[in-house]
Design a protein around this ligand. Structure first.
Ligand SMILES: [Zn+2]
Length: 208
C-alpha cells in the first residue's frame, strides 16, 4: 500500500512503496505526484537498523528530483501547441544559399554568386557568368589607360525550392539581370540564330 511522504520539497509529494532489487537490496520506490516519474532509492544497509543513513539517501534522491521535476504533464493539445511555438524562425545562413534553402548546392554553382533574398523561395545558386563583349556598344567604363568593354553576362541559375520552374538562365540587359525559364532561353537562342541567318542570307558573309 502506498503512503505519501512530504520531505524537504513542499512542491512535491511522493507515493512510496518498498521493494527489493533482485540481489535482495531493499529499495524504496517513490512516484512523483507531479510528473509521475519513478525514483528508486537503493538502501545499502538495513533501513530499520540504519534508518538515519537511509533517510539521508532518500532525502538526497528526492531533492535531486525536485530540482529537475518538470511538473504535471500538460494536456496533449497544450503540449502540441508549445512544441509549435518553440520553432526557431531565424535562419543564420551566413550568405550561403545551401543553408538558406536547405538544398544541396549544384557542382556548377559558385558560392560567391549565391542569391540571398528575403525568402528561401527566392534564394538560389548561380554559375560564374559567361561574358560576351559587344563591339558596337560604348564601353561600360573607360579611362586613359584602360577600357571595360560593354558586355553581356549569361549565367545558369537554380532556385531549388521552386522545382523545375526554378531552373533558369540569367542574361544581363544593361545593369539588370533578366531571368528566363530554360525553354525561353533556348527559344531566344534559336531566335538569335535565325536572325543572324536572316541578316546574312542574301550576302556571302555567312558565319556559323
Ligand atoms: Zn516529478
Amino acid at each position: 500500500m502506498a503512503d505519501v511522504v512530504d520531505l524537504d520539497a513542499p512542491a512535491l509529494t511522493y507515493d512510496r512503496t518498498r521493494e527489493a532489487d533482485p540481489d535482495g537490496t531493499p529499495v524504496n520506490v517513490y512516484i512523483c505526484d507531479e510528473c509521475a516519474a519513478e525514483i528508486r532509492v537503493r538502501l545499502d544497509s538495513d533501513p530499520v537498523i540504519d534508518w538515519k543513513l537511509s533517510l539521508g539517501k532518500v532525502h538526497r534522491a528526492l531533492d535531486e528530483h525536485a530540482d529537475v521535476c518538470p511538473g504535471p504533464p500538460l494536456p496533449a493539445e497544450l503540449a502540441t501547441w508549445r512544441e509549435l511555438c518553440d520553432v526557431d524562425a531565424e535562419v543564420h545562413h551566413d550568405g550561403d544559399a545551401e543553408i538558406l534553402t536547405g538544398c544541396k548546392r549544384p557542382s556548377w554553382a559558385a558560392p560567391e554568386r549565391d542569391v540571398i533574398t528575403h525568402s528561401p523561395w527566392f534564394g538560389g545558386f548561380r554559375s560564374t557568368p559567361a561574358v560576351l563583349p559587344l563591339a558596337r556598344r560604348r564601353a561600360d567604363d573607360a579611362g586613359a589607360a584602360y577600357m571595360d568593354r560593354a558586355h553581356l553576362l549569361v549565367a545558369a541559375k537554380q532556385y531549388p525550392l521552386q522545382g523545375t520552374a526554378g531552373l533558369t538562365v540569367g542574361l544581363t540587359v544593361g545593369k539588370e539581370w533578366l531571368t528566363m525559364f530554360t525553354a525561353e532561353a533556348r527559344q531566344l537562342a534559336r531566335l538569335l540564330h535565325a536572325a543572324a541567318d536572316l541578316a546574312e542570307s542574301e550576302t556571302s558573309a555567312r558565319h556559323d
